[in-house]
Design a protein around this ligand. Structure first.
Ligand code: SAH
Ligand code: SF4
Ligand code: F3S
Length: 474
């Protein structure tokens, strides 16, 4: 008899990826997915600990789940970063939770479910010595079949003073290049055209080079492959037309990765590069280990080699001790960069992180006011960016049917949804689209040409080609 599995995912794309892998692991145990929590024999909340609101939501959701009930013998599991941070405490607050498991243990889910079925309380939040990825089935295509997330790196050694991720995800780990290339080849043969390489610090990637053929050229100091080298190998895989990666840290934006944006047309000209603040004083207190000038230099270099490079970022307002002048500096930085899109948050003190214990916490109303001003500016920039697409011809990867018959929706290089008239069997095709209108959540356009090859559209600029960029980033 098949059992039903319901997973709710909170937080970042890595968690989305993890949830997909969890359902793959459990599919082998006879679980099929349902969208209805009350029908599920196993409910997993894959949680996020990044801000207080996200973490607290888990407990209200647990209460609701319990009240709504479910089939006899239904199991409730809490996974992800709250599980890692709070461990057995979760069962103290919600004793009806059967399984608590961290982000590095979910390859053992089948065994955990089996033990819980026998009535054991399961808490698995260790950082196991074996690599999770060696025990997981390969990544699968996303919902519409033509894009996929592929984890290449996980964990973080940066210890920004506000952030829980180094504690919930553990130390930096890079998967061997060969395993990643094999996985992407398999995805490509299933129709995937676009891969998003995932990692908490994805551009710190330094995975073991494949055993034979090509350790040279772009290999890191110890013979490992960098993200730039890996991207070039992925770009050479038949069928892969687009490569994205997220999330990057400014300090790891190495010279070879910047140059890859010039030389590898499959690398999309859209980069999420969080900076958090535009004040050097605040950046120092955050332990970001880079200045505003360092950050701007990286963007200038990127735009020098790839003039159409669009930027995305993350910002925190109201970090302890942030003054009006610090906040104004953040607005100035935003003005200077001109973001295509960005995420901004009020600082949320997290237990166990150094910044939570700092004096000089910023009052809530000041945080709210700053967040509003910042978001107004960022949304104006985003509207401006989208408006500038009108009249341009953009390569679009068609992904899924649109709302109306005869329509397809795809993505521009900048992640904008683009609606065009096209037959349903055009999904997975790369087309050129003349953009003629911009709406709140999408662009409209007309297909100008068929199968698009990434090669000829953006010729390298020879003037910049000769400019060396320091190997270690900043
Ligand atoms: N690894 C990525 C993202 C980490 S979390 C990076 O280094 O950029 C995603 C975003 O959440 C961060 O970029 C930051 O803007 C925000 N964030 C992290 N901790 C936070 C906190 N305590 N309060 C508010 N926002 C936070
Ligand atoms: Fe958190 Fe900083 Fe690591 Fe990003 S780099 S995950 S913000 S500690
Ligand atoms: Fe949240 Fe964990 Fe991702 S804390 S942002 S789910 S790494």
């Amino acid at each position: 008899m098949t059992k039903k599995l319901y997973i709710k995912t909170y937080g970042c794309q890595m968690n989305v990826y993890d949830s997909e892998r969890m359902s793959d692991v459990l599919a082998a145990q006879g679980f099929s997915s349902t969208e209805v929590a009350e029908d599920a024999d196993l409910v997993i909340l894959n949680t996020c600990h990044i801000r207080e609101k996200a973490a607290e939501k888990v407990y209200s959701d647990l209460g609701r789940l319990r009240a709504a009930g479910g089939p006899d013998g239904r199991l409730i599991a809490v996974g992800g970063c709250v599980a890692q941070a709070e461990g057995a405490e979760i069962r103290a607050r919600a004793p009806f939770v059967d399984i608590v498991f961290g982000p590095q243990t979910y390859h053992r889910l089948a065994d955990m479910v089996e033990r819980a079925t026998r009535g054991q309380a399961v808490v698995e939040t260790d950082f196991p010595t074996e690599a999770k990825f060696d025990h997981l089935p390969g990544a699968t295509p996303g919902r519409h079949g033509h894009t996929a997330f592929v984890a290449v790196q996980e964990g973080c050694d940066k210890f920004c003073t506000f952030c829980v991720v180094p504690y919930t995800r553990g130390a930096e780990y890079s998967r061997p290049a060969q395993a990643i290339l094999d996985e992407i080849r398999a995805l490509a043969s299933q129709g995937v055209r676009e891969v998003t390489l995932l990692g908490q610090n994805v551009n710190a990637y330094h995975g073991a080079a494949p055993a034979a053929g090509g350790g040279a050229g772009g290999a890191g100091p110890d013979g490992d492959w960098t993200l730039a080298r890996l991207s070039r190998a992925i770009a050479a895989i038949d069928g892969i037309a687009r490569i994205r990666y997220t999330t990057s840290h400014p300090r790891d934006m190495g010279g070879d990765l910047i140059l890859a944006h010039r030389d590898v047309p499959e690398l999309m000209p859209y980069l999420h590069l969080p900076v958090q603040s535009g004040s050097d004083r605040v950046l120092k207190a955050m332990n970001r280990k880079h200045t505003v000038a360092d950050y701007l230099k990286v963007i200038d270099r990127l735009r020098a080699v790839r003039p159409d490079m669009a930027m995305s970022g993350d910002f925190i307002v109201g970090f302890p001790g942030e003054t009006d002048a610090d906040f104004e500096a953040t607005l100035q930085l935003v003005e200077r960069v001109d973001y295509a899109s960005a995420y901004s948050f009020k600082y949320s003190p997290r237990p166990g992180t150094p910044a939570a214990d700092l004096g000089d916490q910023v009052p809530e109303d000041v945080k709210s006011e700053r967040l509003h001003r910042l978001q107004d500016l960022l949304s104006a920039q985003q509207r401006g960016f989208n408006a500038r697409m009108v009249g341009r011809r953009l390569p679009v990867l068609l992904e899924r049917p649109g709302r109306h018959a005869g329509q397809m929706v795809g993505r521009s290089p900048y992640m904008q949804a683009v609606v065009v008239e096209a037959p349903a069997d055009a999904a997975g095709r790369m087309v050129e689209v003349d953009i003629d209108a911009v709406n709140s959540f999408s662009l409209n356009g007309r297909i100008a040409g068929g199968e698009w090859s990434p090669r000829p559209l953006y010729p390298a600029s020879p003037a910049v080609a000769a400019t060396p960029v320091a190997g270690s980033g900043l």
